[in-house]
Each structure stands twice: as structure tokens, then as C-alpha cells.
Design a protein around this ligand. Sequence first.
Ligand code: GAR
Length: 216
Amino acid sequence: MATPRKTRVAVLISGRGSNMVALIEAAKDPTYPAEIVLVLSNRPDAAGLARAAEAGIPARAIDHTTFTDRASFDSVLDAELRAADIDLVCLAGFMRIFTPSFVAGWAGRMLNIHPSLLPLFKGTRTHKQALDAGVRLHGCTVHFVVPELDAGPIVAQAAIPVRQGDDPDSLADRVIVQERRLYPAVLALVASGRARLEDGRVVIAESAPDGALLSL
Ligand code: GAR
């Protein structure tokens, strides 16, 4: 019997791409249900592009500054993803807002990682937001993407304690460790069909490991 086709994943980045590297590393395992087949950046200077190329993955920039509007950038991006026969898109530090029609075209097939325990602290400077709010737990979230920013159905979260003396950098350093662990675990769940979007809510199979997703 033919082995089932692995989920074909594109990772979208804007910067250093350390979550992207974590996904690439995880996907090297022959039993991993997804393969990273394409990396795209909206910024030609994103350091992650070179890291993807070193790993032998096609990596290209689509420079958003060369487009007159959001819709034309999104339509070129969409065409690239479809030409590469992508099943699932993973946003990994991709710092651009999409048009609702682009998001609709990838509904249930696009994930994002965000550096806070959503629905707290949407947008940018999440570690400063957490410190300003005085929370004692902080962390990261992987969610399906919907048109509203950082508002999509949550697949999984990882938490860290906020310590006396933490500043935004120290929080970022501890949260990113959890991000690099959480995202590959979530991609495996979604790619294998053990987590999916149903009527706007995430359904997770009972066989999915709790421990891999939440940590303190
Ligand atoms: C990560 O912390 C990710 O959660 C965040 O950008 C960083 C990218 O780091 N994403 C967002 O803030 C999206 N709104 P990386 O390039 O090393 O993966």
C-alpha cells in the first residue's frame, strides 16, 4: 500500500526564523506527518531565508514594499502557495496583516504562533504588555488564523511563570524556548488530523498528548 502523502507546509517569516528552524528540524523525523517544502518572507533581508536555504528548502522573498496595496501582495503570495501545492501555511514571526479574502482562502489551513497567552496581549510588544498587566503566567499560543488579528481558535498554549526582576527580554528568552517546542508539536497534531477546525472551534483527538502542549 502506498504511504499517505505528508502534509505539504509553507512557512511564512519576516525575521530570524527560529520557529521556522524548529519546524524544519522536527520535520526531518521520517515519522513526522508534515514536510516543510517552501519558506517565504515579505522581507528580502529576513535572516531566516538563508537558514531555510541552508536546510535545502526553497526560500524566496516577496517584497511587500514593491506592491501598491495589500490585496495585490496577497494575491501573489496566494499564487506562490498554490503553485507549490501547499496544504497548510504556518506563520512564524510573519509580521503582516492579510486581507480577509486571503484568509478565507486558507481557512482551517493556516496556523500562527503568537508570543502571549491569547486572548491576552494581542498585537506587538507582548512581553511588555504582560509585565505592565502584572500577570504571573505568560507564554505562547498556536491558533488558526482568522481575519481578526490574533483572534483565531486556539489549538494549544505553553505557559511560563513571570519572575521577580523579569524584563521584556528575559520573558522573550523563556517564551521563545516554549514556542520552538510547542509549534512542532501542534503542527504534528494538525497535519495528522488529530487537531482540526470544526464549526469555528478546535477539536482535538483524545489520543493527543496533553503533556506536549502545556508546560510550566
Ligand atoms: C516569535 O516570538 C513569534 O511568536 C512572534 O515573532 C517571533 C518570531 O521569532 N510572532 C509575532 O509576534 C506574530 N504576531 P522567530 O523569527 O525567531 O521565529
